[in-house]
Design a protein around this ligand. Structure first.
Ligand code: 0L1
Ligand code: MG
Length: 243
């Protein structure tokens, strides 16, 4: 199968919400090829009029990296159509098995430095059966990126140990700290710059950088008010619907 064949299979799984077997179940795949598949998938989206909105990092928590047996972060692309307005809705029926994680987001300036920070929600949704994948599979699948929500932009110099809560209908379902994001979310910028240079992603003026999750991801069901609260940064929310 070619890089484009793999990208089309993942693109179809995203569009139909039908999970597929891991790409590596039939043939091995290098990390370089996996990123080529990811870029080919984004090219398909751009061909349908989507525009790049930024990048995201995955495997930024030590626990998750250890669970996957990896020692480095992974990078994926965000597009404008993945963005949901704060307080907006997400249709769980359009996903395979979506999960949500509370994050911190950065807005980058003209020199790709950080100009603002916001609380964020990332909705991840592996296109593979049972949310089960190898490193190459998840990279090819654009690091499970599905949608993201940004709270109010603000300025804050210290982000290293802010309490983070994820709430469903006002009840806390997960708690963590921004320290779970690479020890300090500010480390996401050099990590993203390094990964972008290595794998061909672009960090531009106005780009969003999703720094990583502060808790484990939690499965989404319809009819839920989902909120992330980050101490000192405020909150961000989305309502889940079906159909
Ligand atoms: O954004 C993330 O941390 C997810 C990275 C990919 C791994 C997963 O889907 O759990
Ligand atoms: Mg994430």
């Amino acid at each position: 199968m070619t890089v484009e064949d793999h990208a089309e299979r993942l693109d179809r799984a995203t569009a139909t919400g039908q999970a597929i077997p891991q790409l590596t179940s039939t043939e091995p795949m290098s990390l370089a090829t996996a990123y080529a598949v990811q870029h080919a998938g984004i090219a398909l989206r751009e061909g349908r009029g989507e525009t790049l909105a930024g990048v995201k990092l995955g495997f930024t928590s030590k626990a998750k990296a250890e669970q996957m047996g990896v020692s480095d972060v992974i990078i994926g692309s965000l597009t404008d159509r993945m963005r949901i307005e704060d307080g907006g809705t997400f249709d769980v029926g359009r996903g395979v098995h979506p999960r949500v994680e509370p994050e911190v987001a950065f807005r980058l300036g003209p020199d790709a430095g950080i100009v603002a920070v916001a609380p964020a929600l990332e909705i991840i949704d592996s296109r593979y059966r049972d949310f089960d994948f190898s490193l190459a599979d998840v990279v090819a699948d654009n690091t499970s990126a599905s949608a993201f929500v940004l709270g109010p932009w603000t300025q804050l110099d210290r982000l290293d140990a802010l309490a983070v809560d994820l709430l469903f209908d006002g009840e806390v379902v997960a708690t963590g700290s921004t320290a779970d994001i690479l020890g300090d979310p500010l480390r996401a910028l050099p990590a993203a710059q390094r990964m972008a240079a290595a794998y061909g992603h672009r960090l531009r003026d106005g780009s969003v950088l999703l720094a990583g999750a502060a808790t484990a991801a939690v499965a989404l069901r319809a009819g839920t008010h989902v909120e992330a609260r980050v101490a000192g940064l405020g909150s961000v929310s989305v309502h889940t619907v079906e159909g």
